[in-house]
Design a protein around this ligand. Structure first.
Ligand SMILES: Cc1ncc(COP(=O)(O)O)c(C=O)c1O
Length: 421
């Protein structure tokens, strides 16, 4: 593929997908994603990138052989089901997911995207007989209208107002503010939150906060919905981040890594009592592609593989190594434009003093052949979301790339001509 061919690809985006995005692609001057395998992605020129981005999707890397095998086997038989004959794979996937869920969350509704899982949670919560939701400042739950109503960022909300009418936002990490907002009038149906905010730039709540939230919800008869779409399935060093404080939500949402890096899928898990509304009226909430045999087979293989790898322990071990390595780099260089390094397991943030530095860092990392993610709700924060299949050599490569990228930025903006030569 030549330079002209790449331009042609971008032209198709410009003319038929999204011209604004196409302009950004030109500006970033990145290649065409051609192939992927394990922890690597290759572009049209054969340049290999270590993939530490992907917005929490690729916990098992790309095209994991076991997930691929499950998908191929399923494709040979039934991919999308009749929705009339019995779907064996959906039952098996749901059972596997329930087996690693917090206690009591036995029912599983498979959906196609994270936002759709949030929509299902909103609908179930509404059947609780109340109308009001409390969500968190900085929280991100997706961009469909219901999910957007609980997403805090004004940039995404304002063009679409009015959204769901009765949503109150409170500061994340402030239990007293939550207690006040829930109030005593029994109107709050659910508190919807991420236990650790991902798109806000890996915001870790203070110790004891999640337990306090659970207690406040129970006190006021409000449901607790934990959105673990980014944090779940072991990425943060526990199967679910809410388990760090032994919190059991009424509804748990997951997505991203549930895909096995292969198919779009998400899930809502909840108690039999809450799910009764869907059990007694099975057609009240459905979607054509939800829980298809193909997707379900991938979900089952993904969970089996994560269990066999002991994903939480592995993510914690690798994450600690990476965060300690990053802290050592910052200790050594004292970069004035890096304001924080933090993480839990394989969800890691490097915070910058300005949005522009985070953008430059992302591009410098591409130049170092490493892909990372930005943060939708916090542009000054870059996120590393590596897969748990990284080897020691790959971790060393990642850390060396970070060090080179940061020193390049330092040279550009903080060293005088004399110092540079
Ligand atoms: C915590 C959280 N909830 C919901 C979503 C929405 O998921 P999707 O983009 O698959 O609709 C995201 C996506 O980034 C997320 O991080």
């Amino acid at each position: 593929m030549t330079y002209a061919d790449v331009e042609e690809v971008i032209d198709t985006h410009y003319d038929h997908v999204n011209s604004g995005m196409a302009r950004l692609m030109r500006l970033l001057n990145v290649g065409v994603e051609q192939s992927s395998d394990g922890a690597y992605v290759e572009d049209h020129q054969g340049v290999r990138y270590l993939d530490c981005g992907g917005y929490c999707v690729f916990l098992l890397g790309r095209r994991h052989p076991r997930i691929l095998q499950a998908a191929y086997a399923q494709l040979e038989n039934v991919a999308l089901g009749s929705r009339l004959l019995v779907n064996r794979q959906q039952g098996e996937a749901a059972k596997a997911l329930a087996s690693i869920a917090p206690p009591g969350l036995r029912y599983v509704w498979l959906a196609n995207s994270g936002a759709e899982a949030v929509e299902a949670a909103i609908k179930l919560a509404k059947l609780n007989g109340r109308t009001r939701f409390v969500a968190m400042e900085g929280g991100f739950h997706g961009k469909t209208l219901g999910a957007l109503s609980l997403t805090h960022s004004p940039k995404y909300r304002e063009p679409f107002l009015p959204l769901l009418p009765d949503v109150t936002f409170v500061p994340f990490g402030d239990a007293a503010a939550l207690a006040t907002a829930i109030g005593d009038n029994g109107a709050t149906t659910a508190v919807v939150m991420e236990p650790l905010q991902s798109e806000a730039g890996v915001v870790i709540p203070p110790p004891g906060y999640l337990r306090d939230v659970e207690h406040i919800c129970r006190q006021h008869g409000a449901l607790l919905v934990m959105d673990e779409i980014s944090t779940g399935l072991g990425r943060t060093g526990a199967w679910w981040y809410c388990q760090e404080e032994d919190v059991t939500p009424d509804i748990l949402l997951c997505g991203k890594a549930l895909s096995g890096g292969l198919v779009p899928v998400s899930a809502l898990l909840c108690t039999p009592a809450l799910y009764e509304a869907f059990n007694s009226e099975p057609l009240v909430h459905t979607s054509t592609f939800a829980g298809s045999p193909l997707v379900s087979a991938v979900v089952k293989a993904t969970i089996d593989t994560l269990c066999d790898l002991d994903a939480p322990t592995r993510a914690r071990r690798l994450g600690d190594r990476i965060v300690n390595g990053l802290l050592a780099i910052q200790q050594r260089w004292q970069f004035p434009f890096v304001t924080a390094v933090r993480g839990r397991g394989l969800l890691i943030a490097i915070a910058f003093s300005d949005d522009a530095f985070a953008g430059e860092f992302l591009l410098e990392m591409v130049a170092q052949h490493v892909l990372i993610s930005h943060s939708l709700n916090a542009h000054a924060i870059a996120r590393l979301t590596p897969p748990l299949i990284l080897s020691d050599t790959e971790i060393s490569f990642l850390l060396a790339a970070v060090e080179s990228a940061l020193t390049a930025i330092h040279k550009r903006y903080f060293e005088t001509e004399g110092q540079r030569s």
